[in-house]
Design a protein around this ligand. Structure first.
Ligand code: GAP
Length: 575
């Protein structure tokens, strides 16, 4: 087969899956338009993802703005640290990611190198655009966030969000109340994220505007056992841990139970979402032999993350592509927002039994403090409550000034108090999916071509639930009442929410080919026999086999096929 990428992209453009954005004005790299079939395919992948995270897991979806105020991204660290290392070719003036140049010339993991290290590494290498030697080129940081001004005169600085996650973190306290302060709970968000990528030359893989589907799952820091772990405990997949990567060994094929027990994966939550991600990617048609789960190496893993795995999908053009990241982010995000905003970002967890504790309470004598400290008396009284008094008195700081308060101005009372629970800052498990990358890989893995009767048949082998069009209906000819029956079959299917395309244009063989190349899994042909026996031909895209089905049983049959309850081969056997 010729370069599969060129074939896939040619088909995707011609049949309305993906187009360059604003083509009539000369498109800009890093932006794409989804055409009618692409938008439908994308929605189906997103809805399949929702079936897992919202329906199966019970994590509700929220929708936060795509523009966030600066404080959010100061807290998250994006203002200070969300930068790639860039260089500019002295000849053609093109900007490039310095680590990508280094990697293309044989330095793996170059994104972990320092500015100086990268500078040495790329010295004298050719510019990817003009091919001239770049010599001793400078390397500098470039922040990837798109900055904007909010309101007239840009009174407040804002940023287009670089990830959907922050909207969930900033809503943490409201979400906690929504879930009645019971851990674990989670929320998900699907939407656009924006990164001003330096030189996005990888089509749909590296975009400046892309769709993320992220889940933030808030769990008790000391209870990292997933309540439904048994669902995936025996799920077996190959995992490529740090140890195997560093020793040059192959991935270990293990059950999720085995992965947690052996310490390969940090805890049940991370293992559970690795398996769930595997199931999702299988459902969108990713080939199992072209999918791997790779643990971040110590140089890649964020310092606060306890464990981090990427689902990487193999692309003929791009090699292994990171499509999903699954991380235990500890309490890093909540702590950061608590510090920046002053809010608590904790959950009150009741003890199973009420505990008693001895506590010391400091009771200020306001009658004496008032006249002595006047306007400062209230603040001094407040500060006393957390002071460490000696026999002589206590030192407190108010408005930056130290005050020594003699012991006769307050009373120390030892009390036995009942404690019903404690404030806990949850840890966060984050599975983060890049929908555009998954969609591209699903297209590439679905694409196939074969020679049939001297012609090339192009097929997209999409799993039926994600195929943009699920059924095609053809009248054999456009007369003798066949078109009327075909139209009423179409109407019956569409009223049952099956996306059906009616096509009466051209020879039947041509119509089949048109549907094969957009991945329509089933086609119905109404012919002259239909007038006699009220059956129609149902054709399977993959095997090209056909069966006759009564027209009044078509919906039930197709519903079984699309949901996966029925196999086409079983229908053949029943004939
Ligand atoms: N909240 C965590 C986070 O955003 P990430 O690894 O930066 O983590 C998650 O992004 C996923 O988003 C990636 O695995 C990838 O699939 C997708 N993604 C990231 N940058 C992208 C880009 N420039 N174009 C397309 N997809 C991208």
């Amino acid at each position: 087969m010729a370069d599969i990428y060129d074939n896939v992209i040619e088909l995707a453009r011609r049949r309305g899956f993906v187009w360059p954005s604003s083509e009539c004005y000369g498109s800009v790299a890093g932006f794409i338009d989804y055409g009618p079939l692409g938008a439908m395919l994308k929605r189906k992948i997103e809805n399949l993802w929702r079936n897992f995270y919202i329906i199966q897991e019970g994590y509700y979806e929220i929708e936060a703005p795509t523009i966030g105020v600066e404080s959010i991204y100061i807290a998250s660290g994006h203002v200070k640290g969300f930068a790639d290392k860039m260089c500019q070719c002295p000849h053609c003036k093109e900007y490039h990611r310095a680590d990508h140049i280094a990697e293309e010339h044989g330095t793996p993991g170059a994104d972990a190198l320092s500015i100086e290290g990268l500078k040495d590494c790329i010295a004298g290498l050719p510019c990817p655009s003009c091919g001239e030697s770049m010599g001793e080129v400078e390397v500098f940081h470039f922040n990837l966030m798109f900055k904007t001004g909010i309101g007239p005169g840009a009174q407040r600085t804002g940023y287009l969000r670089p990830e959907t996650a922050q909207g969930i973190f900033t809503d943490f306290n409201r979400l906690s109340r929504f879930y009645r302060e019971k851990l674990p709970f989670g929320a998900v968000q699907i939407g656009k994220s924006y990164r001003n990528e330096i030189s996005p030359r990888q089509g749909m893989i590296r975009l400046r505007e892309f769709t993320q589907a992220e889940a933030e799952i808030f769990i008790h820091p000391e209870h990292k056992t997933h309540p439904a772990f048994s669902r995936y405990a025996d799920y077996v997949i190959p995992l490529w841990g740090q140890t195997q990567q560093m020793a040059g060994d192959a991935p270990v094929t293990t059950s999720m139970r085995g992965a947690v027990d052996s310490g390969l994966v940090a805890n049940e939550y991370v293992a559970y979402y690795i398996a769930l991600t595997h199931e999702i990617l299988m459902s969108v048609g990713i080939r199992p032999d072209r999918l791997r789960f790779r643990q971040h190496l110590p140089t890649e893993c964020a310092h606060y993350a306890l464990d981090c795995w990427d689902a990487e999908i193999y692309s003929e053009r791009f090699g292994w592509v990171e499509t999903v990241g699954i991380a235990d982010r500890t309490d890093y995000d909540l702590k950061a927002h608590a510090a920046e905003s002053g809010d608590a970002f904790t959950v009150f967890i009741p003890f199973t039994e009420v505990r008693t504790e001895e506590r010391r309470r400091i009771l200020p004598d306001m009658g004496a403090l008032g006249p002595k400290y006047r306007g400062k008396a209230k603040a001094i009284a407040d500060a006393l409550s957390s002071a460490e008094p000696t026999e002589k008195g206590a030192t407190v700081v108010v408005d930056g000034k130290e005050y020594f308060i003699p012991s006769e101005l307050f009373e120390i009372r030892e009390e036995t108090v009942e404690v019903r629970g404690e404030e806990i800052m949850p840890h966060v498990i984050e599975p983060s999916y890049g929908i555009d990358r998954i969609l591209y890989c699903a297209l590439e893995h679905a694409y196939d071509e074969e020679e049939v009767e001297g012609e090339i048949r192009r097929i997209l082998h999409f799993p039926p639930p994600i195929a943009p069009v699920q059924v095609a209906v053809f009248p054999l000819v456009n007369r003798d009442g066949l078109e009327g029956i075909a139209r009423s079959v179409t109407e019956d299917l569409t009223t049952h929410n099956i996306l059906t395309q009616y096509d009466d244009n051209g020879a039947i063989g041509r119509r089949y080919r048109r549907q094969d190349e957009i991945g329509t899994p089933y086609a119905i042909t109404v012919d002259y026999d239909t007038l006699e026996d009220h059956t129609a031909t149902l054709r399977d895209r993959d095997s090209m086999e056909q069966v006759r089905i009564p027209t009044d049983a078509l919906y039930a049959t197709l519903e079984g096929l699309i949901s996966g309850r029925t196999r086409f081969a079983d229908l053949k056997n029943e004939e």
